[in-house]
Design a protein around this ligand. Structure first.
Ligand code: NAD
Ligand code: DAU
Length: 356
């Protein structure tokens, strides 16, 4: 048996593939377009082990999808492939519509055709697991309860709107065609191999490079942080035992204001890589806010805990320390990607934001 993963050269996908090959002898076919966010170096530790088959390609490519499904006959598809950065979706939404909406639709069509041709016994065990986000639920006030699976969808960015659209398509393919789907809606992940455009790796990279640590607006926006390997174990649980057609919220019960996250990171960096004078905190700079910036996300993860027995292992403190240690030990990984296109992106994104 084999599983078919899309977007497995990105941050969460590569962590999942590494975790999967460590926990299971089942091969994994990994289709990734290798956009700016995809990086085969993330997978170098499992290279040559024979259980990881990499295919460079696009989830929008019907023919390629049909070929992969026919050749490898997977018992499950796990869809990570997406454009994932909110700021980029504000600068240019079209790639988000193309991959997140059209791409998911193409993958669902290919999965449906493949599923319909399977013998009954294989139909029984087939799963289509779609990896989504808590951002589809919109923004919470400080007094509202955390997102539950039956919260209304109220996406506010082109990114979250494109993910919401893809979630609706997955739901429709289950209701209309009987495709055995599962959807997970997870909160903010952090950990090894996260592209340094996202808050935590960006701040680690900037701190070590003597650059400003950019805080949007007043820095009091709240996110609910989950260490990436905890997300990977949750995905495995849902794949093993999730109820067909259902959605599962995944989160770390770690609500933190952005400014506090960056300050906590500075404390760890001050300890692990002290400056000659002062603290990394001195590099914190307030910059113009993100348009349409959601104020608060919080995940109620009781359903996955109650029904599937999953709980995160890492606390925010242990996860953040591991993350800082990983980036310090792997500075070449960041150095290799923070050139060219990356530099151009950072210049455009923080234009006028007083970043030195
Ligand atoms: P990422 O941007 O690091 O990686 C995305 C991967 O998808 C890259 O390897 C990229 O090359 C690939 N990809 C993009 N377009 C593709 C296409 N058309 N065909 C094939 N491959 C393509 O993203 P991530 O942070 O690892 O997120 C993975 C998934 O998890 C996404 O669906 C995202 O919406 C979801 N998610 C992310 C977070 C988070 O905090 N990062 C939280 C919840 C959910
Ligand atoms: O909630 C899940 C989502 O988390 C995922 O679906 C997305 O794919 C992922 O990118 C992430 O979205 P966010 O927008 O929350 O992540 P980001 O790291 O971009 O920002 C985290 C918070 O920090 C957010 O409130 C914006 C703020 N921020 C971000 C950057 C890059 C800053 O204050 N300064 C920055 O430079």
């Amino acid at each position: 048996m084999t599983i078919f993963v899309t977007g497995g050269a990105g941050f969460i996908g590569s962590n999942f593939v590494i975790d999967w090959t460590a926990a299971s002898s089942e091969p994994v076919v990994n289709l990734d377009k290798l956009t700016y966010a995809g990086n085969l170096q993330n997978l170098s530790q499992i290279e040559g082990r024979g259980r990881h088959i990499f295919v460079k390609g696009d989830i929008c490519d019907n023919e390629l999808l049909a070929c992969i499904l026919q050749e490898y006959k997977p018992r499950a598809i796990v869809n990570f492939a997406a454009e994932s950065h909110v700021d980029r979706s504000i600068e240019g939404p079209s790639e988000f519509i193309e991959t997140n909406v059209v791409g998911t639709f193409k993958l669902l069509e290919a999965a449906k055709n493949y599923f319909n041709g399977l013998p009954d016994v294989e139909k029984e065990r087939f799963r289509f697991l779609h990896i989504s986000t808590d951002e589809v639920y919109g923004s919470l006030s400080s007094s509202e309860p955390a997102f539950q699976e039956n919260n209304r969808y109220e996406p506010n960015s082109p990114y979250s709107a494109s993910k919401a659209a893809s979630d609706h398509l997955v739901r429709a393919y289950h209701s209309t065609y009987g495709l055995p789907t599962l959807t997970t809606n997870c909160s903010n992940n952090y950990g090894p191999y996260q592209f340094p455009e996202k808050l935590i790796p960006l701040c680690i990279h900037n701190a070590l490079s003597g650059k400003k640590l950019p805080i949007y607006g007043d820095g009091q926006q709240i996110r609910d942080w989950l260490y990436v390997t905890d997300h990977c174990t949750a995905i495995r649980r849902v794949l093993e035992s999730g109820r067909l057609g259902e959605t599962y919220n995944i989160g770390g019960w770690n609500e933190k204001a952005n400014l506090d996250v960056v300050k906590a990171l500075c404390v760890i960096l001050d300890e692990l890589r002290p400056l000659n004078t002062g603290s990394y905190e001195d590099q914190i700079t307030f910059v113009p806010d993100r348009p349409g910036h959601d104020r608060r996300y919080a995940i109620d993860a009781s359903k996955i805990e109650r029904d599937l027995g999953w709980k995160p292992v890492e606390t925010f403190e242990s996860g953040l320390r591991k993350t800082a240690e990983w980036y310090l030990a792997n500075m070449q990984w960041t150095a290799a990607i923070t050139s060219g296109e990356y530099r151009q992106w950072v210049e455009t994104q923080y234009r006028g934001g007083h970043l030195g």
